[in-house]
Design a protein around this ligand. Structure first.
Ligand SMILES: Nc1nc2c(ncn2[C@@H]2O[C@H](COP(=O)(O)OP(=O)(O)OP(=O)(O)O)[C@@H](O)[C@H]2O)c(=O)[nH]1
Length: 195
């Protein structure tokens, strides 16, 4: 039996919540308190599900970009995050997608996540804006909260299913539609949805 790892990378501006999303997925907890920026790249392994996901948490800060670029081509999937309370982090998504185009594998699975959906009062990026941008680039989208856990597990789950289907698909198997899967599973963000 060959143990196959899938490498998933978390990308996006500094402080959008990449480390917190990963900790929520891995440990089911919220990393509150002081913000500690990731330096370079951090590796974690999750044994959830049928295949192992190796998750690489990257630093959002500009000064670490040249370090993280070197790892893009090894990733099978990329979770690209912005913060719904931070407009520049959303505006930078186009630049991130350009970097992905330049450095990642051509068939990499990309998912766009609007994080911090629990902060409704501070929201500056509408859900529809995220949906529109994702549609333009043909990538699946959902809003997440590392604090409440909304859609965090689903994001990794959908990625894992997509990668599994790609690896194991036989010619006559029904195709896996990641967009439809997410639409059918995702929870609307809001005050009272706690997972
Ligand atoms: N309310 C709320 N706060 C969050 C959420 N996710 C992250 N935060 C907070 O946002 C700050 C930044 O989170 P990190 O996960 O460290 O951000 P990062 O994207 O990993 O940052 P870099 O390592 O610099 O790239 C921390 O203070 C977190 O507690 C969320 O879903 N909701």
């Amino acid at each position: 039996l060959i143990m196959q790892y899938y490498i998933v990378m978390l990308l996006g501006d500094s402080a959008v919540g990449k480390t917190c999303v990963l900790v929520r997925f891995k440990d089911g907890a919220f990393l509150g308190g002081n913000f500690i920026a990731t330096v370079g790249i951090d590796f974690r392994v999750s044994d959830k599900g049928y295949r192992l996901l190796k998750i690489w948490d990257t630093a959002g800060q500009e000064r670490f970009r040249s370090v993280t670029h070197a790892y893009y081509r090894d990733a099978q999937a990329l979770l690209l995050l912005y913060d719904i309370t931070n407009k520049p982090s959303f505006d930078n998504i186009r630049a991130w997608l350009t970097e992905i185009h330049d450095y990642a594998q051509k068939d990499v699975v990309i998912m766009l996540l609007g994080n911090k959906s629990d902060l409704a009062a501070e929201r500056v990026v509408k859900t529809e804006e995220g949906e529109k941008l994702a549609k333009e680039y043909g990538v699946p989208f959902m809003e997440t909260s590392a604090k409440t856990g909304v859609n965090v597990e689903l994001a990794f789950h959908a990625i894992a299913r997509e990668l599994k289907h790609r690896a194991m698909q036989q010619p006559n198997d029904p195709k896996f539609h990641i967009h439809d899967y997410i639409e059918s599973q995702k929870q609307k963000s809001g005050c009272c949805v706690l997972v």
